[in-house]
Ligand binder design. Sequence first.
Ligand code: FMN
Length: 334
Amino acid sequence: MPENIPAFSLGPIPVFGDLILAPMSGFCDPPFRALCRLFGSSISYTPFANAIGLLQGAASAWDGLRFFPEERPIVFQILDNDEDRLLRAVRQIIKLHPDAIDVNMGCSVRRVSSRGAGAGLLRDPAKIARIMDNLRKALTIPITAKIRLGWDNDSRNYLEVAQAIEESGAQLIAVHARTRNQGYSGKADWDAIADIKQHVSIPVLGNGDVHTIDDIERLKRHTRCDGVMIGRASIGNPWIFQRRSRDEVSQPEIAAVIHFHLDRMLDYYGPKRGLILFRKHLARYISPFKPRKPLRYQLLTCIDVQQLRFYLLQLGLARPTMSSLPTINDSPLH
Ligand SMILES: Cc1cc2nc3c(=O)[nH]c(=O)nc-3n(C[C@H](O)[C@H](O)[C@H](O)COP(=O)(O)O)c2cc1C
Protein backbone atom coordinates (compact mmCIF):
# COMPACT_ATOMS: atom_id res chain seq x y z
CA MET A 1 0.00 0.00 0.00
CA PRO A 2 1.44 3.43 -0.92
CA GLU A 3 2.69 5.18 2.20
CA ASN A 4 0.57 8.29 1.69
CA ILE A 5 -2.71 6.34 1.76
CA PRO A 6 -3.94 5.63 5.28
CA ALA A 7 -4.54 1.97 6.11
CA PHE A 8 -7.53 3.03 8.25
CA SER A 9 -8.59 5.88 10.50
CA LEU A 10 -8.77 6.22 14.23
CA GLY A 11 -11.75 8.55 14.32
CA PRO A 12 -10.49 11.64 12.51
CA ILE A 13 -6.84 10.50 12.63
CA PRO A 14 -5.48 8.78 9.51
CA VAL A 15 -3.27 5.83 10.39
CA PHE A 16 -0.43 5.14 7.99
CA GLY A 17 0.43 1.48 8.27
CA ASP A 18 -1.49 -1.69 9.06
CA LEU A 19 0.88 -3.19 11.65
CA ILE A 20 0.58 -2.13 15.26
CA LEU A 21 2.64 -3.04 18.30
CA ALA A 22 0.32 -4.62 20.92
CA PRO A 23 0.27 -3.15 24.41
CA MET A 24 2.42 -5.35 26.66
CA SER A 25 3.12 -4.30 30.21
CA GLY A 26 6.75 -4.87 31.10
CA PHE A 27 7.87 -4.58 27.47
CA CYS A 28 6.12 -1.74 25.66
CA ASP A 29 7.77 1.21 27.29
CA PRO A 30 8.58 4.41 25.34
CA PRO A 31 12.02 3.20 24.14
CA PHE A 32 10.65 -0.06 22.70
CA ARG A 33 7.52 1.56 21.30
CA ALA A 34 9.55 4.31 19.63
CA LEU A 35 11.89 1.71 18.13
CA CYS A 36 8.94 -0.25 16.75
CA ARG A 37 7.50 2.97 15.35
CA LEU A 38 10.75 3.58 13.46
CA PHE A 39 10.33 0.13 11.96
CA GLY A 40 6.72 0.68 10.91
CA SER A 41 4.32 0.12 13.79
CA SER A 42 1.71 2.78 13.09
CA ILE A 43 0.16 3.50 16.50
CA SER A 44 1.54 3.39 20.04
CA TYR A 45 -0.57 1.88 22.80
CA THR A 46 0.56 2.28 26.38
CA PRO A 47 0.29 -0.83 28.53
CA PHE A 48 -2.79 -0.70 30.74
CA ALA A 49 -2.90 1.97 33.43
CA ASN A 50 -4.97 0.93 36.42
CA ALA A 51 -7.59 3.57 37.24
CA ILE A 52 -7.20 2.90 40.96
CA GLY A 53 -3.45 3.58 40.79
CA LEU A 54 -3.96 6.69 38.70
CA LEU A 55 -6.51 8.15 41.12
CA GLN A 56 -4.23 7.37 44.06
CA GLY A 57 -1.44 9.22 42.27
CA ALA A 58 0.77 6.12 42.10
CA ALA A 59 3.98 7.00 40.27
CA SER A 60 4.08 3.61 38.54
CA ALA A 61 0.64 4.18 37.00
CA TRP A 62 1.46 7.70 35.81
CA ASP A 63 4.95 6.74 34.58
CA GLY A 64 3.34 4.16 32.31
CA LEU A 65 1.66 6.99 30.41
CA ARG A 66 4.85 8.77 29.39
CA PHE A 67 5.48 8.86 25.66
CA PHE A 68 7.72 10.46 23.05
CA PRO A 69 6.26 13.13 20.74
CA GLU A 70 7.07 11.00 17.68
CA GLU A 71 4.85 8.22 18.97
CA ARG A 72 1.65 9.97 17.96
CA PRO A 73 -0.95 8.73 17.49
CA ILE A 74 -0.62 7.57 21.08
CA VAL A 75 -3.42 5.60 22.71
CA PHE A 76 -3.64 5.49 26.51
CA GLN A 77 -5.04 2.18 27.70
CA ILE A 78 -6.97 2.15 30.95
CA LEU A 79 -8.25 -0.70 33.09
CA ASP A 80 -10.89 -0.96 35.80
CA ASN A 81 -14.26 -2.52 36.58
CA ASP A 82 -15.82 0.55 38.19
CA GLU A 83 -17.64 2.89 35.81
CA ASP A 84 -17.30 6.00 37.93
CA ARG A 85 -13.62 5.41 38.73
CA LEU A 86 -12.82 4.82 35.07
CA LEU A 87 -14.45 8.10 34.14
CA ARG A 88 -12.67 10.03 36.90
CA ALA A 89 -9.30 8.55 35.96
CA VAL A 90 -9.84 9.31 32.28
CA ARG A 91 -10.69 12.93 33.09
CA GLN A 92 -7.25 13.12 34.72
CA ILE A 93 -5.21 11.39 32.04
CA ILE A 94 -6.59 13.35 29.11
CA LYS A 95 -4.71 16.33 30.52
CA LEU A 96 -1.62 14.60 29.08
CA HIS A 97 -3.16 14.95 25.61
CA PRO A 98 -3.36 11.37 24.30
CA ASP A 99 -4.84 10.90 20.84
CA ALA A 100 -7.31 8.23 22.01
CA ILE A 101 -8.38 6.29 25.09
CA ASP A 102 -8.59 2.50 24.98
CA VAL A 103 -10.41 0.40 27.55
CA ASN A 104 -8.77 -2.91 28.40
CA MET A 105 -11.30 -5.73 28.12
CA GLY A 106 -8.77 -8.47 27.63
CA CYS A 107 -6.50 -8.79 30.65
CA SER A 108 -6.87 -12.40 31.76
CA VAL A 109 -4.80 -12.22 34.95
CA ARG A 110 -6.92 -13.75 37.71
CA ARG A 111 -6.73 -10.92 40.25
CA VAL A 112 -7.77 -8.44 37.55
CA SER A 113 -10.43 -10.38 35.64
CA SER A 114 -12.02 -11.96 38.72
CA ARG A 115 -12.87 -8.51 40.07
CA GLY A 116 -14.61 -7.76 36.79
CA ALA A 117 -11.85 -5.66 35.21
CA GLY A 118 -10.00 -6.48 31.95
CA ALA A 119 -11.55 -9.59 30.41
CA GLY A 120 -13.92 -9.67 33.42
CA LEU A 121 -15.87 -6.86 31.71
CA LEU A 122 -16.82 -9.25 28.90
CA ARG A 123 -19.30 -10.92 31.25
CA ASP A 124 -21.38 -7.75 31.32
CA PRO A 125 -21.92 -6.23 27.86
CA ALA A 126 -24.48 -3.76 29.27
CA LYS A 127 -21.79 -2.39 31.57
CA ILE A 128 -19.38 -2.19 28.64
CA ALA A 129 -21.97 -0.12 26.77
CA ARG A 130 -22.37 2.22 29.77
CA ILE A 131 -18.60 2.63 30.20
CA MET A 132 -18.02 3.42 26.54
CA ASP A 133 -21.05 5.70 26.45
CA ASN A 134 -19.82 7.66 29.48
CA LEU A 135 -16.39 8.05 27.92
CA ARG A 136 -17.77 9.16 24.58
CA LYS A 137 -19.90 11.82 26.26
CA ALA A 138 -17.01 13.05 28.38
CA LEU A 139 -14.30 13.13 25.71
CA THR A 140 -13.66 14.79 22.40
CA ILE A 141 -10.95 12.30 21.38
CA PRO A 142 -11.68 8.81 19.99
CA ILE A 143 -12.38 5.92 22.34
CA THR A 144 -11.46 2.34 21.52
CA ALA A 145 -11.52 -1.09 23.18
CA LYS A 146 -9.33 -4.16 23.18
CA ILE A 147 -11.31 -7.32 23.74
CA ARG A 148 -11.07 -11.10 23.85
CA LEU A 149 -13.71 -13.46 22.47
CA GLY A 150 -15.52 -13.98 25.76
CA TRP A 151 -14.95 -15.35 29.25
CA ASP A 152 -14.75 -19.01 28.27
CA ASN A 153 -15.68 -21.35 25.46
CA ASP A 154 -19.31 -21.50 26.61
CA SER A 155 -19.71 -17.73 26.67
CA ARG A 156 -18.12 -16.44 23.49
CA ASN A 157 -20.17 -13.25 23.31
CA TYR A 158 -17.75 -11.30 21.14
CA LEU A 159 -20.39 -10.18 18.63
CA GLU A 160 -22.63 -8.77 21.34
CA VAL A 161 -19.64 -7.05 22.92
CA ALA A 162 -18.29 -5.66 19.63
CA GLN A 163 -21.70 -4.31 18.68
CA ALA A 164 -22.18 -2.69 22.10
CA ILE A 165 -18.78 -1.05 21.70
CA GLU A 166 -19.56 0.24 18.24
CA GLU A 167 -23.06 1.44 19.15
CA SER A 168 -21.72 3.44 22.07
CA GLY A 169 -19.60 5.45 19.67
CA ALA A 170 -16.19 3.78 19.89
CA GLN A 171 -13.99 4.19 16.85
CA LEU A 172 -11.86 1.04 16.77
CA ILE A 173 -11.79 -2.45 18.26
CA ALA A 174 -8.72 -4.61 18.72
CA VAL A 175 -9.50 -8.31 19.07
CA HIS A 176 -7.22 -10.82 20.78
CA ALA A 177 -8.85 -13.94 19.37
CA ARG A 178 -8.82 -16.04 22.53
CA THR A 179 -11.17 -16.30 25.50
CA ARG A 180 -10.20 -15.22 28.98
CA ASN A 181 -9.91 -18.85 30.06
CA GLN A 182 -7.51 -19.63 27.25
CA GLY A 183 -5.03 -17.11 28.61
CA TYR A 184 -2.23 -17.32 26.07
CA SER A 185 -2.60 -20.99 25.20
CA GLY A 186 -4.52 -22.81 22.51
CA LYS A 187 -5.13 -21.49 19.05
CA ALA A 188 -6.34 -17.97 18.34
CA ASP A 189 -9.67 -18.20 16.49
CA TRP A 190 -9.26 -16.03 13.41
CA ASP A 191 -12.79 -16.96 12.22
CA ALA A 192 -14.10 -14.92 15.14
CA ILE A 193 -12.10 -11.87 14.02
CA ALA A 194 -13.60 -12.30 10.53
CA ASP A 195 -17.05 -12.55 12.10
CA ILE A 196 -16.57 -9.30 14.04
CA LYS A 197 -15.21 -7.55 10.96
CA GLN A 198 -18.38 -8.53 9.07
CA HIS A 199 -20.65 -7.21 11.79
CA VAL A 200 -19.15 -3.80 12.63
CA SER A 201 -18.20 -0.89 10.44
CA ILE A 202 -15.44 0.60 12.63
CA PRO A 203 -11.84 -0.54 12.05
CA VAL A 204 -10.91 -3.91 13.53
CA LEU A 205 -7.38 -4.90 14.50
CA GLY A 206 -6.75 -8.64 14.49
CA ASN A 207 -4.46 -10.08 17.15
CA GLY A 208 -3.21 -13.50 18.20
CA ASP A 209 -0.99 -16.21 16.71
CA VAL A 210 0.98 -13.89 14.47
CA HIS A 211 4.53 -15.19 14.54
CA THR A 212 5.81 -14.61 11.01
CA ILE A 213 5.41 -12.31 8.02
CA ASP A 214 3.30 -15.02 6.38
CA ASP A 215 0.99 -15.01 9.40
CA ILE A 216 0.41 -11.28 8.93
CA GLU A 217 -0.75 -11.72 5.37
CA ARG A 218 -2.77 -14.86 6.22
CA LEU A 219 -4.57 -13.09 9.07
CA LYS A 220 -5.39 -10.15 6.80
CA ARG A 221 -6.70 -12.39 4.04
CA HIS A 222 -8.64 -14.62 6.41
CA THR A 223 -10.37 -11.84 8.36
CA ARG A 224 -10.20 -8.71 6.18
CA CYS A 225 -9.16 -6.90 9.34
CA ASP A 226 -7.92 -3.33 8.95
CA GLY A 227 -4.72 -3.83 10.87
CA VAL A 228 -2.70 -6.53 12.55
CA MET A 229 -1.63 -6.13 16.15
CA ILE A 230 1.57 -7.93 17.05
CA GLY A 231 2.76 -8.64 20.57
CA ARG A 232 5.21 -11.32 21.56
CA ALA A 233 6.60 -11.90 18.07
CA SER A 234 7.98 -8.35 18.09
CA ILE A 235 10.10 -8.77 21.21
CA GLY A 236 13.70 -8.96 20.02
CA ASN A 237 12.31 -8.64 16.52
CA PRO A 238 11.16 -5.11 15.58
CA TRP A 239 11.91 -6.04 11.93
CA ILE A 240 8.51 -7.74 11.83
CA PHE A 241 7.05 -4.23 11.41
CA GLN A 242 9.13 -3.88 8.24
CA ARG A 243 7.63 -7.18 7.09
CA ARG A 244 11.11 -8.67 7.16
CA SER A 245 11.80 -12.12 8.48
CA ARG A 246 14.48 -12.07 11.14
CA ASP A 247 16.45 -14.69 9.20
CA GLU A 248 16.94 -12.14 6.43
CA VAL A 249 18.34 -9.45 8.71
CA SER A 250 22.12 -9.25 8.62
CA GLN A 251 24.18 -9.63 11.77
CA PRO A 252 25.52 -6.03 11.61
CA GLU A 253 21.94 -4.76 11.35
CA ILE A 254 20.93 -6.81 14.38
CA ALA A 255 23.96 -5.52 16.26
CA ALA A 256 23.07 -1.92 15.36
CA VAL A 257 19.53 -2.33 16.70
CA ILE A 258 20.64 -4.03 19.91
CA HIS A 259 23.07 -1.21 20.73
CA PHE A 260 20.58 1.45 19.64
CA HIS A 261 17.85 -0.05 21.85
CA LEU A 262 20.29 -0.36 24.73
CA ASP A 263 21.33 3.30 24.36
CA ARG A 264 17.69 4.42 24.39
CA MET A 265 17.02 2.38 27.53
CA LEU A 266 20.03 3.91 29.26
CA ASP A 267 18.96 7.41 28.25
CA TYR A 268 15.40 6.87 29.38
CA TYR A 269 15.85 5.01 32.65
CA GLY A 270 19.41 5.88 33.63
CA PRO A 271 22.37 3.48 33.48
CA LYS A 272 21.47 1.04 36.24
CA ARG A 273 17.75 0.53 35.71
CA GLY A 274 18.09 0.86 31.94
CA LEU A 275 20.54 -2.00 31.78
CA ILE A 276 18.49 -4.29 34.00
CA LEU A 277 15.26 -3.61 32.11
CA PHE A 278 17.03 -4.18 28.80
CA ARG A 279 17.89 -7.77 29.74
CA LYS A 280 14.51 -9.23 28.85
CA HIS A 281 14.78 -7.70 25.38
CA LEU A 282 18.40 -8.81 25.08
CA ALA A 283 17.45 -12.40 25.88
CA ARG A 284 15.21 -12.38 22.81
CA TYR A 285 17.68 -10.56 20.57
CA ILE A 286 20.47 -13.04 21.25
CA SER A 287 18.52 -16.30 21.35
CA PRO A 288 18.90 -17.02 17.57
CA PHE A 289 22.69 -16.76 18.04
CA LYS A 290 22.57 -19.62 20.55
CA PRO A 291 25.32 -18.28 22.82
CA ARG A 292 27.04 -20.91 24.92
CA LYS A 293 25.64 -21.13 28.44
CA PRO A 294 28.43 -19.23 30.27
CA LEU A 295 28.37 -16.35 27.76
CA ARG A 296 24.56 -16.22 27.84
CA TYR A 297 24.71 -16.02 31.62
CA GLN A 298 27.27 -13.22 31.48
CA LEU A 299 25.20 -11.29 28.95
CA LEU A 300 22.02 -11.53 30.97
CA THR A 301 23.45 -10.81 34.41
CA CYS A 302 26.03 -8.19 33.58
CA ILE A 303 25.71 -4.90 35.51
CA ASP A 304 28.21 -2.80 33.57
CA VAL A 305 27.43 -1.38 30.14
CA GLN A 306 31.00 -1.52 28.79
CA GLN A 307 31.28 -5.10 29.94
CA LEU A 308 27.98 -5.91 28.23
CA ARG A 309 29.20 -4.39 24.96
CA PHE A 310 32.34 -6.53 25.28
CA TYR A 311 30.24 -9.70 25.72
CA LEU A 312 28.14 -8.69 22.71
CA LEU A 313 31.37 -8.32 20.71
CA GLN A 314 32.24 -11.91 21.61
CA LEU A 315 28.94 -12.97 20.11
CA GLY A 316 29.78 -11.11 16.88
CA LEU A 317 27.48 -8.23 17.74
CA ALA A 318 29.88 -5.29 17.80
CA ARG A 319 28.56 -1.78 18.19
CA PRO A 320 28.64 -0.10 14.75
CA THR A 321 30.85 2.93 14.40
CA MET A 322 28.03 4.81 12.72
CA SER A 323 24.35 4.00 13.11
CA SER A 324 21.92 4.52 10.27
CA LEU A 325 19.09 4.61 12.79
CA PRO A 326 17.72 8.07 13.51
CA THR A 327 17.87 9.52 16.98
CA ILE A 328 14.81 9.43 19.20
CA ASN A 329 13.96 12.59 21.06
CA ASP A 330 15.18 11.81 24.56
CA SER A 331 12.71 13.97 26.41
CA PRO A 332 9.25 12.49 26.81
CA LEU A 333 6.35 14.92 26.69
CA HIS A 334 5.65 14.89 30.38
C1 FMN B 1 3.90 -9.65 28.84
C2 FMN B 1 2.57 -9.25 28.27
C3 FMN B 1 1.94 -8.12 28.73
C4 FMN B 1 0.71 -7.73 28.20
N1 FMN B 1 0.13 -6.55 28.64
C5 FMN B 1 -1.03 -6.13 28.05
C6 FMN B 1 -1.60 -4.86 28.38
O1 FMN B 1 -1.08 -4.09 29.20
N2 FMN B 1 -2.75 -4.51 27.76
C7 FMN B 1 -3.36 -5.32 26.82
O2 FMN B 1 -4.40 -4.96 26.28
N3 FMN B 1 -2.83 -6.51 26.49
C8 FMN B 1 -1.69 -6.92 27.06
N4 FMN B 1 -1.13 -8.10 26.66
C9 FMN B 1 -1.77 -8.89 25.58
C10 FMN B 1 -1.20 -8.49 24.20
O3 FMN B 1 -1.52 -7.16 23.89
C11 FMN B 1 -1.74 -9.40 23.10
O4 FMN B 1 -3.14 -9.26 23.05
C12 FMN B 1 -1.41 -10.88 23.32
O5 FMN B 1 -0.06 -11.03 23.71
C13 FMN B 1 -1.66 -11.69 22.05
O6 FMN B 1 -0.90 -11.21 20.98
P1 FMN B 1 0.48 -11.93 20.52
O7 FMN B 1 0.16 -13.38 20.29
O8 FMN B 1 0.85 -11.20 19.26
O9 FMN B 1 1.45 -11.76 21.63
C14 FMN B 1 0.09 -8.52 27.20
C15 FMN B 1 0.73 -9.67 26.74
C16 FMN B 1 1.95 -10.04 27.25
C17 FMN B 1 2.63 -11.28 26.71
